[in-house]
Design a protein around this ligand. Structure first.
Ligand code: GLU
Length: 426
């Protein structure tokens, strides 16, 4: 058996890596430690399939705009491809490829019977009307429909998309193939979505925080949390974490942040957000910029929005005791190395934000069985899976004396590599 020769734990200089190269630094590090067959690593370096599609859309002003859309299927050894669809100006092919890779390892870490995929359309949904988004989503679905399938590839929401987007995707797919609710997850409940899917990612983040605090022997009431992002993931993290007793002291979104060292009342913040469309301007707290937010003194820093926000430029200034990665890939490899040197643990994205795809899995199974679980069951089963995965990861971290991210990749890569071998791919 040959072993992987590409090595390298991240160094503090690695800032020029593309998103997929960044993810691969973790894969290579685990592959070297675990002596994974070099042919298996070769297979995982690239994607199984990548579609780049031209998406012409007639805008409300009657002008034609041509968007670019992607669907990347990274690896399907463990089951049908699974992963969200991102609508964002920065969702280029390499970003989507990196996110598809993360899905392969996230599903493996959570023991979900899925491979990894991701989709994206380079667009700014905040500047598009509902009818434009509807047309774009349908065009995108038509252009990738041939590689989707309930046992082939199942999309879900991600940044810039939501339950409504999934309803349009389901409908566009259904027009070609017949009514197929299980073709997407994260649908509206009225169309076969699962109870609890909207809160699943944030609830999973809060569960990881609670388990981490328990491991540290600290009561959540004594833990100050800073959350960057108040979209689906950030807002639900704040809601569930504050229910669990954590003190959320600062929250930020694209328009700005707010800080109150005594703790922010999340129910009040939600009422403000419903009117203002942003956390910025909330009067029960002081304003703070997004850059400063990441550098506030706190216990847990939770980046819950874009990727690559903690970099070599600001990692020295992070004054949190731990970083909890609610977003996908928010800490660059160079920043990861700096935080490791400074003794700041980073709980990795492929565990922390896995609650979303876990409840997507529940939704898919409910659709296949044409049966619906009550919310309590969704929450109980999600909790059980998050706690189990967290426990496995911590045992591995302690046993091998490695960082949590590496333990997560070790566990996941072992499972993916085993499935590749068993199927006879290499
Ligand atoms: N977009 C989410 C993620 O990054 C969820 C994917 C899914 O539910 O398939 O994990």
């Amino acid at each position: 058996m040959t072993t992987a020769t590409s090595t390298a734990a991240p160094t503090e200089r690695e800032e020029s890596l593309s998103p997929s190269e960044s993810v691969l630094t973790s894969v290579y590090e685990s592959a070297t430690r675990l002596a994974i067959d070099a042919e298996v690593v070769d297979l995982l370096k690239t994607s199984w399939r990548e579609i780049r599609a031209q998406l012409p859309v007639r805008m409300d002003d009657r002008k034609l705009r041509i968007f670019e859309g992607y669907r990347v299927q990274h690896n399907g050894a463990r089951g049908p491809y699974k992963g969200g669809v991102r609508f964002h100006p920065k969702a280029d092919l390499d970003e989507v490829r990196a996110l598809a890779m993360l899905m392969t390892y996230k599903c493996a870490l959570m023991e979900l019977p899925f491979g990894g995929a991701k989709g994206g359309v380079m667009c700014d949904p905040s500047r598009m009307s509902e009818t434009e988004l509807n047309r774009l989503t349908r065009t995108y679905t038509q252009h990738i429909n041939m590689i989707l399938g309930i046992n082939r590839d199942i999309p879900a929401p991600d940044m810039g998309t939501n339950a409504q987007t999934m309803a349009w995707m389901m409908d566009a797919y259904g027009q070609l193939h017949g009514h197929t609710p299980g073709i997407v997850t994260g649908k509206p409940v009225e169309l076969g979505g699962s109870y609890g899917r909207d809160q699943a990612t944030g609830r999973g983040v809060a569960t990881c925080m609670r388990e981490f605090a328990r491991g540290e022997g600290v009561d959540p009431h004594d833990i100050r949390v800073v959350v960057q992002g108040y979209g689906n993931v950030g807002s639900w993290t704040c809601r569930v974490a504050s229910e669990q007793g954590f003190r959320v002291i600062a929250v930020g979104d694209v328009k700005g942040g707010v800080y109150n060292p005594a703790g922010i009342d999340i129910a009040q913040l939600d009422r403000w957000f419903a009117v203002a469309g942003s956390v910025a301007g909330f009067e029960e707290a002081e304003p703070v910029t997004n850059e400063h937010l990441l550098e506030l003194e706190c216990d847990y820093l939770v980046p819950a929005a874009l990727g690559e926000v903690v970099t070599t430029a600001n990692a020295e200034q992070v004054r949190a005791r731990a970083v909890i990665e609610a977003a996908n890939h928010p800490v660059t490899p160079g920043a990861d190395a700096i935080l490791a040197r400074r003794g700041v643990p980073v709980l990795p994205d492929i565990l922390v934000n896995a609650g979303g795809v876990t409840v997507s899995y529940f939704e898919w199974t409910q659709n296949i069985q044409q049966f619906r679980w009550p919310l309590e069951r969704v929450i109980t089963e999600l909790e059980a899976r998050m706690v189990a995965a967290f426990g496995d990861l911590m045992v591995r971290t302690g046993r091998d004396g490695i960082r949590p991210r590496q333990a997560a990749f070790d566990i996941a890569l072992e499972r993916v590599a085993r499935a590749i071998k068993l199927r006879g791919f290499v």
